[in-house]
Design a protein around this ligand. Structure first.
Ligand SMILES: [Zn+2]
Length: 344
């Protein structure tokens, strides 16, 4: 066959073969078939040796031209394949900026922690430090050193989960006060606030829970009086319930304080006029407090002729219930997100 025809045919074959090529590897195979060492072009060059001398130059030139054409054709196609691969990749990774964004739910602090932090903020601002202690506590720190010896009738006020005779789940955060008094060895002044969980053997219902939170404050120093306590209570009441609040102290009894007081805040719903919230009294009971009992100072090595102090303790749930109008204490612990989300 005339060489020109063979070359033309080969080019046509390549063009048809290229239609089925989609990857660089397939293209490389095609290139080897035509331009490789044992490829079709190499065969033509071998065939040239058997031609008469006068035909060789024309034949050689034709083969060279064909070789260049094949090469150009394959290279052009390689560029096409590479372009297509890049645009496929871009299409796959495309980012549609007009789509609405994904919403990542943002958590929030539990209402209990919010209230604790609010109280902490107030006291830290007045120079107190925050102290924490263990929830499994010794009878010694939870009761005895707080002027509540074994068999003391006031222990009945705090139904207790005992682990052994001497170990229990703390019924209040007061043992943190005892620990701090002991740490300071009867010498240094103290100004602390102790928030934390406490436990009592209560039947759970709308107003009772076997687990709840307290924040207590303790101040021990020289020349501390009931007036200091009253001023501190007024600050707390106003911080939690508004700047116009008043407080009222009523005599009470706690073994660890003497004198002891119950603290009422003027009703923030009716401003003291009387409403269902305050049972028409104009006042709402919020917490207990008092001057540190001498027996506690004695037990922890503080000289009662030199040091005095006061303590106050407030239920965190009670503050939250009053402040946010919550009607069931169990809502704090059941982890119903619909409840929690109201206080974001
Ligand atoms: Zn009222």
């Amino acid at each position: 066959m005339e060489i020109q025809t063979q070359l033309k045919q080969a080019l046509q074959e390549i063009q048809e073969a290229l239609l089925g090529v989609s990857t660089p590897n397939e293209l490389a195979d095609l290139k080897a078939k035509y331009l490789g060492k044992k490829g079709i072009v190499a065969e033509w060059m071998t065939a040239m040796k058997n031609l008469p001398n006068e035909e060789k130059p024309r034949f050689g030139q034709a083969v060279n031209e064909a070789k260049n054409q094949i090469n150009d054709l394959l290279e052009a196609f390689r560029t096409q394949i590479e372009d297509r691969m890049v645009s496929d990749k871009l299409a796959k990774e495309a980012l549609d900026v007009s789509l609405p964004g994904r919403v990542f739910p943002i958590g929030a602090k539990h209402l209990m922690n919010q209230v604790v932090e609010e109280v902490e903020d107030l006291f830290v601002g007045m120079g107190y430090t925050v102290k924490e202690g263990p929830e499994i506590e010794q009878d010694l720190y939870n009761f005895e050193m707080l002027n509540l010896p074994k068999s003391h009738p006031a222990r009945d006020m705090q139904d207790t989960f005992y682990i052994t005779e001497e170990l229990l789940l703390r019924t209040h955060t007061s043992p943190v006060q005892i620990r701090t008094l002991l740490e300071n060895g009867g010498k240094k002044p103290i100004k602390i606030i102790c928030p934390g969980k406490v436990y009592r053997r209560d039947e759970d219902d709308m107003t009772h829970s076997h687990q709840f939170m307290q924040v207590e404050a303790l101040v021990v120093d020289e020349n501390v009086t009931l007036a200091d306590l009253k001023g501190t209570l007024l600050m707390l009441a106003r911080k939690m319930f508004g700047e116009d609040r008043q407080i009222r102290l009523r005599p009470s009894y706690f073994p660890f304080t003497e004198p002891s007081v119950e603290v009422d805040v003027s009703c923030y719903k009716c401003n003291g006029k009387g409403c269902p919230m305050c049972k028409n009294t104009g006042w709402i009971e919020i917490l207990g407090a008092g001057m540190i009992n001498n027996a506690v100072l004695d037990a922890t090595g503080y000289d009662k002729t030199k040091y005095q102090g006061f303590a106050l303790g407030v239920g965190v749930e009670r503050l939250a219930i009053l402040k946010y109008g919550i009607d069931d204490i169990r809502a704090f612990y059941t982890n119903d997100l619909r409840f929690n989300r109201q206080f974001k």
